[in-house]
Design a protein around this ligand. Structure first.
Ligand code: SF4
Length: 408
């Protein structure tokens, strides 16, 4: 597989969804979708704020009834992010959403089938300068295409569906298009997007549809979206999880940050997997740290390590970390020992020092402490643990001895 860095993405056209650029080398954006009734505009606007806080750049709301379009008219002026109206079956709802002032439409060609209806919507969107996402779904492929490809949903059929749709839009000189070819099968969606990217330069919206609840839904979405992004394909992404949509927005944002495609806005918490040497419940402390940093918007990499024997060395590249040892927490900044705290104050100390580093920088934080003393204390606890646990805390020597006995 050809792996491309973020700067080597396939070039696509750029369009604007409200004030957010999609395609043409713009930062890859995160989308999510509200699950409130759009007609309940207060609940929907609240959820849009929650999604924006969690990392969504663009939010989609269903426009499934006239009351939803009325809700959109109230939501759009108050929304912190651009709004996409999701349209199924009723092209009149697309016209109503445009009237409500939405920044983008999403149409599913599988269920708005009359070309004249598609052209009517496209002409109206063109006159208003509003882009449209052509959202092909493996599960709602046009019956003719389904038949043509042997009663199967194939990547070729999905690409053909998207290209047919583009032609309807071209008939009315409309080209503010982005496209998705989602499927619930990861290999199928990867292949469909890959083929589509070979034949069009419209921006692509990536997603694994109906991925399901976490953790499987997260894994499937990350595998599909991540594979394509690594090949330089994709301009905007959505995780479709059976979960609170805030999880979708967080997951999308985290993926982009992990792949180096967006600037980090929040803590990147790393932690060791724990083992026989662990001096603390690493899982519990890491969870406490995640909760403590949740909304703090501190873009640092922070490590929680189970023991001072190996922790500081393994996480030496982190901006800040803490490793447990002999009922104490050994704090290190950029790989240098900085302070010793009580074991039950480890999370509190991480938050305090992270805030300090964020505000004043790592060097200023290190200048406040006696690094030499902290190093000696860490060394003392390290030696103590080694003396207590030995070099082989995970007892691999005993296991190897047993293997030898069985093998003889
Ligand atoms: S050796 Fe220490 S840092 Fe490494 S996994 Fe075990 S407890 Fe964690």
């Amino acid at each position: 597989m050809e792996v491309q860095a973020g700067s080597e993405r396939r070039s696509t056209r750029r369009l604007m969804v409200g004030d957010v650029a999609v395609g043409g080398g713009a930062p890859i954006t995160v989308q999510s979708m509200t699950v409130t009734r759009t007609a309940d505009h207060e609940a929907t606007i609240q959820q849009i704020y929650d999604l924006a806080m969690a990392g969504a750049d663009i939010v989609r709301c269903t426009c499934n009834e006239p009351e939803a379009a009325e809700g959109l008219a109230k939501i759009v002026p108050r929304s912190p992010v651009p709004i996409v109206a999701d349209i199924h079956h009723q092209y009149r709802m697309a016209l109503a959403a445009l009237e409500a002032g939405v920044h983008c439409l999403r149409l599913n060609p599988g269920n708005i089938r009359r070309p004249e209806h598609i052209r009517t919507v496209a002409a109206e969107a063109r006159d208003r300068g509003v882009p449209i996402r052509i959202g092909v779904n493996g599960g709602s492929l046009h019956p003719d295409l389904y038949k043509k490809y042997g009663g199967k949903v194939t990547a070729e059929a999905m690409v053909e569906s998207a290209l047919d749709e583009i032609r309807y839009f071209a008939d009315v000189d409309f080209d503010l298009i982005k496209i998705s070819v989602k499927a619930s099968s990861v290999p199928l969606m990867v292949e469909a997007y890959r083929q589509l990217s070979e034949v069009t330069d419209f921006p692509l919206h990536l997603g694994v549809t109906e991925a399901g609840p976490p953790p499987a839904g997260l894994i499937k979405s990350s595998a599909g979206i991540g594979t394509l992004l690594a090949q330089g394909i994709g301009d905007t992404i959505r995780y479709s999880l059976t979960a609170d949509p805030v999880e979708e927005a967080r997951a999308g944002r985290t993926l982009l940050e992990a792949m180096g495609l967006r600037e980090r806005t929040n803590v990147d918490l790393i932690a060791c997997p724990s083992c026989g040497r662990a001096e603390i419940d690493v899982v519990a402390v890491a969870e406490q740290a995640m909760a403590a940093f949740a909304d703090r918007q501190i873009p640092l990499q922070i490590a929680v390590m189970g023991c001072v024997v190996n922790g500081p060395g393994e996480a030496r590249d982190a901006d800040l970390g803490i490793a447990a040892g002999n009922k104490r927490g050994h704090l290190f900044i950029k790989g240098r020992n900085a302070a010793v705290v009580r074991e039950d104050e480890m999370v509190e100390a991480l938050v305090h020092w992270a805030q300090l580093i964020h505000e004043e920088g790592a060097e200023a934080a290190l200048a406040r402490v006696d690094t030499e003393r902290a190093r000696r204390e860490a060394e003392k606890d390290r030696d103590h643990l080694l003396a207590e646990q030995g070099e082989d805390a995970n007892d691999s020597a005993t296991r190897i001895e047993l293997i030898h006995r069985h093998a003889r």
